[in-house]
Write a new protein. Structure first.
Length: 70
């Protein structure tokens, strides 16, 4: 049922998957690692991280899911 809903709207679903992935990385992974102990990222870094997770990661995953789920 969920795949049938995602198939026609794969671009939107891929972008939201990228946003969710970025939130997991920013709120869970980086605070638990020692790499993010210097403080929060500047706004430019946050926007860049969000765009990188949305377009080169979330969108190809959604496109491949649409193509190979038939």
């Amino acid at each position: 049922m969920l795949v049938q809903c995602m198939r026609p709207h794969f671009v939107v679903c891929g972008l939201f998957f990228g946003i969710g992935l970025d939130l997991v990385v920013q709120l869970i992974v980086l605070p638990l690692s020692g790499l993010h102990s210097t403080g929060p990222l500047p706004i430019r870094g946050l926007i860049q991280s969000l765009l990188v997770h949305m377009f080169p990661i979330g969108l190809p995953i959604a496109c491949s899911e649409r193509r190979f789920s038939k």
